[in-house]
Design a protein around this ligand. Structure first.
Ligand code: NCD
Length: 330
């Protein structure tokens, strides 16, 4: 590959190029082979310290980053706000500086407020300490590693040996549900349209405001279409991504009831009949079973990629930690 990796932080995907996505996909692919091997570990980040600063609840993302860092032989420190000095009034920046003083090399940050990873990254750059920052989900803004593992899951399904963005060109991908509150949707819009896919967003008007039609990426080669009804988004779709209703981020009554939501926008086997015959369903998790997606469909390996997404997460996060962990400071 003639493109080299230049980013020292991964904060958002808005300006990523197809070539950068391909570097991540190829790197993840080589780690997939490591994970399938006998020792499952490489010494790539030996001696480096990865700090998981999760200010918001998480099951799969935090565990996935932890395992990925351990598979790269890094030392991992986990932070949980409930049992930390945050409860004594310490600021987020002081928390980050405490980990810096212990020798953190990479900070993986999740926060309920958009912009926190960017803020810590700018401070680390200002201090000139060479610490790399990876956004593990900030408010309603972005969740780059989730979109990258979604991209990898789709690309490996299309070509297991050589997953690359080219395979997504012209694929119809429906993203359904609570788009408004979803950082996963935002990151996926950047990555999938940069990969040349035709992305169809569907959800109730209260959860899919028209401002989303203005999300035009600098490197977008695919299209972006909005629907307030589910059916047109599903017709001939190759992939359907259901999103969780983010009740914790809803400040107003945006839905009549969960039952009615499921009736109008829930993904079921019956609804998938208008999609391509080999359609696959994704969901970033955690799932509200029987709301965004019917329980039987979620567990049906013919359609559901949900478990593959979790598995892909480890290889993708190894790739991201490796790429920023070994990148030279600009
Ligand atoms: C997502 C998140 O936290 O943004 N989950 C995840 O990281 N797997 C989606 C969600 O919470 O619905």
């Amino acid at each position: 590959m003639d493109v080299t990796w230049t980013r020292s932080h991964i904060l958002d995907l808005a300006d990523w190029t197809a070539a950068e996505y391909d570097i991540v996909l190829q790197t993840a692919c080589s780690f997939r082979d490591v994970l399938a091997g006998r020792t499952k570990k490489v010494p790539a980040l030996q001696g480096q310290v990865v700090t998981n600063l999760f200010f918001e609840p998480s099951t799969r993302t935090r565990s996935s980053f932890e395992l990925a860092a351990k598979r790269l032989s890094a030392d991992v420190m986990n932070f949980a706000p409930g049992s930390s000095s945050l409860t004594k009034g310490e600021t987020i920046l002081d928390t980050a500086k405490t980990y810096l003083a212990m020798g953190a090399d990479i900070m993986v940050i999740r926060h309920q407020q958009a912009g926190v990873p960017q803020f810590i990254a700018s401070e680390m750059d200002r201090l000139d300490v060479g610490v790399k920052v990876l956004n593990a989900g900030d408010g309603q803004h972005e969740h780059p590693s989730q979109a990258l593992l979604d991209l990898y899951t789709i690309a490996t399904l299309l070509d297991y040996e050589k997953p690359c963005v080219e395979h997504l060109k012209g694929k119809k991908i429906a993203i359904v549900g609570d788009i408004l509150h979803s950082r996963v949707a935002r990151s996926n819009i950047w990555s999938l349209t940069a990969a040349g896919a035709d992305v169809h967003l569907a959800g109730p008007p209260t959860l899919l405001p028209t401002l989303f039609s203005g999300m035009k990426g600098a490197n977008q080669t695919g299209s972006l279409t909005l629907h307030w009804e589910l059916e047109p988004a599903l017709v001939n779709a190759d992939f359907v991504m259901a999103l969780r209703l983010q009740k914790e981020r809803m400040t107003a009554h945006l839905l009549p009831s969960l039952r009615e939501y499921h009736q109008r926008y829930g993904i079921t086997r019956d609804r998938l009949k208008s999609c391509k015959a080999e359609v696959k369903v994704l969901h970033p998790g955690p799932v509200n079973r029987g709301v965004e997606i019917s329980s039987d469909l979620m567990d049906d390996p013919q359609f559901s990629l949900i478990q593959q997404q979790v598995t892909s997460g480890v290889a993708i996060r190894m790739a991201l930690l490796y790429l920023i962990g070994t990148s030279e400071d600009p």
